[in-house]
Structure formats: structure tokens, C-alpha cells
Design a binder for this molecule. Structure first.
Ligand SMILES: Cc1ncc(COP(=O)(O)O)c(C=O)c1O
Length: 383
């Protein structure tokens, strides 16, 4: 298997797996219990919190565990809008993950004013437009750190400056950058930031929200006193322990992994561009996470390319995983100016820790033939 869909999810790291299975076998206590087997689990959660905080440059008390990146996004957005009822505006971008876009639609339905700021052809948010849309009535600006479909990295520091000039809080969805590129929440200047376990070789069903000390936030889930009374429900203890271990490993390997994967991605990009005609690279050449490559194989349906690659054991994605099972054209590719035909021919290759030179070599051997054969078939059927 050659797995090139690491933006959708990642294989669990064997060290994470080992840590979780030992924890599951030996630590069943409830972290809210005061006796030793409860306190031990509480300590394990705190160790995980420390690892996640460490990778973000945050303090341990600024990390709240959630059930996913999606929940973290919902929590940040709805939590701030509810905490500031006197402000009724929310500003975001046209290329956010559905976890943000759909939350924005929910806010709109409940009477809030929502603005989706447009992006340019590389996916960068139009800062002039953003500046116009952020007003004293805006409670929150939420712009993603890197886009999951085309990899565009947003200038978060400049966006924070615009928000702060108007005394507005700033959230970023960093699900695709956490553990992949080095950043520090306090240097970025954001008030809230979402991350997810399964994108960094950790387990699924666990995420976290960074909440800067002193930020007002209403809970999304009501009940017990867990997570500083902000997220009720007995914690997903093994998941959190796995997420913490994944963050610890990511921090340790960050520079080494980044350099190696940048090299592999560059090889794949150059190889596709030099061996296949009529391809369009989608997204920016420079300001992006290098492990995300999105290409339109013009005059082809992406699904046909995906399925042909899958028969060779090569797994990629069309658009984003979240829109994979729907007929809708990707909102991201549409927002950066692709025609519906170009968007429908787009394939995303996303590299990860377990990819090798050999993987890239094999893809570059198989892909040109697949594209050529499919184009011949489609030309034949058009005659
Ligand atoms: C940018 C971004 N935000 C949020 C999510 C959702 O994360 P989760 O799968 O943990 O809900 C994803 C997952 O694809 C993502 O890429």
C-alpha cells in the first residue's frame, strides 16, 4: 500500500499504539476520582496536556480536550458567540473546513451576521476585504492556518493584527499544521486554536482547543466539572494519552520529518509536472504546507484516476475527504477560481511520515500510464 491521503487521516504511530494499549490494560480509573487509581489517570491526562501545550508553546491550563477537530472548531466559534451576546457578527473565509463553514451557517440561521471573506487564486484571504468586514460588532474572526485541500498557509499574524485593531477575538483551525510546521500560539497571537489527534499519527475521536488564558468562552457540552468546567463528560482517557504521545513524537521529529517530506513532495510535484501533460497545479507555489499537492488532470474525472490508482494500491483523494461522498464540487477549488470541470478533475496527494522515496518512485511510474489510458478511453467514448 502507498498511502498518500495523510490530510484525511494518518496511520497510528506504533509507539502511540503501544502506549494506548498498555494504558487501556492497566489504567481504568476515572480521572475525576480522588483515590489513587483515579489520580494516576488524571496525571496521565496532564502529561498528555503538557505534551500538546509544549508543541504549541502554550501553558498546560490553556488546553481543553475535545472529541475531534470538528468539535474544537464548533466549541471555539459557538462558545465565543455565546459568551459575547452583545456582538452579533462572525467573520470567516470562503475556504474553511466544513467544521467551520457549517457552524457559520448554523449561526446565520440563528440570526447572526456571517461574512465569508473571499480568497485569491492561490487561496490567500483578501486582507483588504477582511479589514472592511471586521467591525466593532464582530465577536470572532476564524481563519484556518493551512487549507486541507490545497495547503495554502494564511498570514495569521496579519489577520490577528486586523482583528486586534478592532478588539476582536481570533480563532484559527490548525488541524493541518499542528505537528507538521513549527509555530507558537503566543507568537501567532491567536486567542483560540483547534487541533486533532488523528492527523498527527494519533487516534481518532480526540482533539483539543487552545484557549488563551483569560478568554471568555461558553461551554458547548453541559454536565460535570471536567476540563475546567468547559467540556463536560468523562474524558476519552486512552485517546488523550495517545494524542499526547503523538504530540511528543511530533515535536521530537518535527524538523527531520519536515525536511525529508518536503524533498519527497518536491520530487512528486516535479515528476508529475514533467511527465504528464495538461495538468494544473492548484494552490500557491510557495506559501503552503509542502506535503499537500493538488493537481487537476484536465479532461478527466478525478474519481476515475483515484480508482485506477487504488487498483495499484495507491491511495489518494479527490478534493477533501469530507466532500468525497457527495457530488458537490469542492467549495475550496471553486473559491480559488477553478471551473467545475477543473475542480472535478482534481486529485490531492498528501504525504506523511511513513512515505518513502520508493513510494514516490512507484507513483511516478504508474500515474502517467493511468492518465494516458484514461484519456484514450474518454477520447474514444467521445468519438
Ligand atoms: C482543516 C481541518 N479542520 C478540521 C478537521 C476535522 O477534524 P476531525 O476529523 O478531527 O473532526 C479536518 C479534517 O479533515 C481538517 O482538515
Amino acid at each position: 500500500m502507498i498511502y498518500l491521503d495523510n490530510n484525511a487521516t494518518t496511520q497510528i504511530d506504533p509507539q502511540v499504539c503501544e502506549k494506548m494499549s498498555s494504558f487501556l490494560k492497566n489504567r481504568f480509573g476515572n480521572p475525576s476520582s480522588l483515590y489513587p487509581i483515579g489520580r494516576e489517570v488524571k496525571e496521565s491526562l496532564n502529561e498528555a496536556r503538557e505534551n500538546i501545550a509544549g508543541l504549541l508553546g502554550a501553558e498546560r491550563s490553556e488546553i481543553i480536550f475535545t472529541g475531534s477537530g470538528t468539535e474544537s472548531d464548533n466549541f471555539a466559534i459557538r462558545g465565543v458567540m455565546e459568551a459575547f451576546p452583545e456582538k452579533d457578527e462572525f467573520v470567516t473565509s470562503a475556504v474553511e473546513h466544513p467544521a467551520v463553514i457549517e457552524t457559520a451557517h448554523y449561526l446565520k440561521k440563528s440570526g447572526k451576521k456571517v461574512t465569508f471573506v473571499p480568497v485569491d487564486q492561490t487561496g490567500l484571504v483578501d486582507l483588504e476585504e477582511l479589514e472592511k468586514k471586521v467591525t466593532s460588532r464582530t465577536a470572532l474572526v476564524s481563519i484556518m492556518h493551512a487549507n486541507n485541500e490545497v495547503g495554502t498557509l494564511q498570514p495569521i499574524d496579519e489577520i490577528v493584527r486586523i482583528a486586534k485593531n478592532k478588539d476582536v477575538l481570533m480563532h484559527t483551525d490548525a488541524v493541518q499544521t499542528f505537528g507538521k510546521i513549527k509555530f507558537d500560539v503566543h507568537k501567532l497571537g491567536v486567542d483560540l486554536l483547534s487541533v486533532s489527534g488523528h492527523k498527527i499519527y494519533g487516534p481518532k475521536g480526540v482533539g483539543a482547543l487552545f484557549v488563551k488564558k483569560g478568554t471568555s468562552l461558553a461551554p458547548l457540552i453541559h454536565g460535570g466539572h471536567q476540563e475546567g468546567k468547559l467540556r463536560a463528560g468523562t474524558e476519552n482517557t486512552a485517546g488523550i494519552v495517545g494524542f499526547g504521545e503523538a504530540a511528543r513524537i511530533a515535536k521530537e521529529r518535527l524538523n527531520k520529518d519536515k525536511k525529508r517530506l518536503e524533498g519527497l513532495a518536491e520530487k512528486l510535484k516535479n515528476g508529475i509536472e514533467s511527465r504528464i501533460s495538461d495538468v494544473k497545479f492548484n494552490g500557491p507555489e510557495k506559501e503552503r504546507i509542502p506535503t499537500t499537492l493538488n493537481f487537476s488532470f484536465l479532461k478527466l474525472e478525478a474519481e476515475a484516476v483515484l480508482l485506477a490508482l487504488a487498483t495499484k494500491g495507491i491511495y489518494v483523494s479527490t478534493g477533501s475527504a469530507c466532500s468525497e461522498d457527495s457530488d458537490e464540487v469542492s467549495h475550496v477549488l471553486t473559491a480559488i477560481g477553478l471551473t467545475p470541470e477543473q475542480a472535478r478533475s482534481a486529485i490531492r496527494f498528501s504525504l506523511g511520515r511513513f512515505n518513502t522515496e520508493e513510494d514516490i518512485h512507484t507513483v511516478l511510474q504508474e500515474l502517467p500510464d493511468i492518465v494516458r489510458n484514461l484519456r484514450e478511453i474518454s477520447m474514444g467514448s467521445a468519438e
